[in-house]
Write a protein that binds this ligand. Structure first.
Ligand code: ADP
Ligand code: UDP
Length: 238
C-alpha cells in the first residue's frame, strides 16, 4: 500500500485495486483535529473511528435517498475503500442559518434563519486559505464548467434537504455544512470526502448547545464529548 496523500484529517493510500473497472483508494480517518487552516491543532482518542462511523451513517442514509457517494466498503474502524475520483477543486458550503465566516464577513449575528438555503463555493487552496468564489469566477477562470456548477448546486441542495430532515428527527438544527464532490471516469458526479461534525454546524434544538468543531475552534468545552453526544443522537456508540 502506498501513501499518496496526507491531509489534515485523513490519509489516502493506493493499493492499486479496482472495483467494477474503477480505481479505488483507501481513506484513513486520523484522530487529529485542525482549525483556522491548521494554525490550531488538536486531537482526541477515537476521533477517527467516530468520524468514520458518523460519515458512514449519513452516507448510507443519503444513498437510500438516491445520492451517489464514493464509499465502496468499510475495511476497519479507521479505514474505508472509496472510488478514486477526479475531485472538483472546490468546497461546496450550504447554509440554512447564519454562522461562521458568513456572519463574520458580513456583520450578521449567528443563528438567523435564511429565507432559502445558500450554496457557496470555496477554492480548495490551503495557501490562499480557501477563498470564496463567485459563479462567474468559477466559469470564467475555467475552474469548473457551467454544467458542473449547476450539477453541484442541485446535488448540494438535495443533500441539504435530506440532512435537515435527518438531524431534525433527533432534535438537532443543521446550521451549515461543507461537502466535496468528484467525478468517475464516465464523468458521473459523486458525493465524496466526508460528512462529520468536522464539516457541519449542528446545534441542539432545545439547549442551542454546539455539537461540532466550533467547540474546538472556539474553546467551548470538551470537543470529544460534543462529538460523542452528536454521534449518540444519530445512533452511534463508540
Ligand atoms: P485536507 O486535504 O483539506 O487536509 P483531508 O485530510 O480530509 O483534507 O484529506 C482528504 C483528501 O482526500 C481531500 O483532499 C479530499 O479532496 C480528497 N478526497 C476525498 N474523497 C476523495 C475521493 N473519493 N477520491 C479522491 N480524493 C478524495
Ligand atoms: N467547513 C469545513 N472545512 C473548511 C471550511 C468550512 O468543513 O475548510 C465547514 C464548517 O465546519 C462549517 C461550514 O463549512 O460547517 C461553513 O464554514 P464557514 O465558511 O463558516 O467557515 P469557518 O468560519 O467555519 O472556517
Amino acid at each position: 500500500m502506498k501513501l499518496i496523500y496526507e491531509g489534515k484529517a485523513k490519509k489516502i493510500y493506493d493499493d492499486f485495486k479496482t472495483v467494477k473497472g474503477q480505481p479505488t483508494v483507501i481513506m484513513e480517518f486520523k484522530d487529529s483535529l485542525t482549525a483556522f487552516n491548521a494554525q490550531k491543532k488538536g486531537q482526541f482518542s477515537q476521533k477517527g473511528q467516530l468520524n468514520l462511523k458518523f460519515s458512514q451513517k449519513v452516507f448510507e442514509m443519503l444513498s437510500e435517498k438516491g445520492v451517489a457517494h464514493h464509499v465502496v466498503e468499510v475495511l476497519d474502524q479507521n479505514r474505508i475503500r472509496v472510488l478514486k475520483l477526479k475531485m472538483l477543486p472546490v468546497e461546496v458550503v450550504v447554509r440554512n442559518k447564519t454562522a461562521g465566516s458568513l456572519a463574520q464577513r458580513l456583520g450578521f449575528a449567528e443563528g438567523i434563519q435564511l429565507k432559502k438555503p445558500l450554496v457557496e463555493f470555496y477554492l480548495k487552496n490551503d495557501t490562499l486559505q480557501d477563498p470564496l468564489l463567485t459563479e462567474n469566477q468559477i466559469e470564467t477562470l475555467e475552474i469548473m464548467t457551467f454544467d458542473e456548477i449547476k450539477a453541484a448546486q442541485v446535488l448540494a441542495l438535495k443533500i441539504n434537504l435530506e440532512l435537515l430532515q435527518f438531524f431534525n428527527h433527533v432534535g438537532v438544527d443543521l446550521i451549515d455544512f461543507k461537502i466535496e464532490m468528484g467525478k468517475d471516469e464516465s464523468s458521473k458526479l459523486y458525493l465524496a470526502d466526508e460528512i462529520t461534525p468536522d464539516s457541519c454546524r449542528l446545534w441542539d434544538q432545545k439547549t442551542q448547545e454546539k455539537l461540532d468543531k466550533d467547540v474546538f475552534r472556539r474553546d467551548l468545552g470538551d470537543v470529544g464529548e460534543a462529538y460523542k453526544k452528536i454521534a449518540q443522537k444519530i445512533g452511534i456508540e463508540i
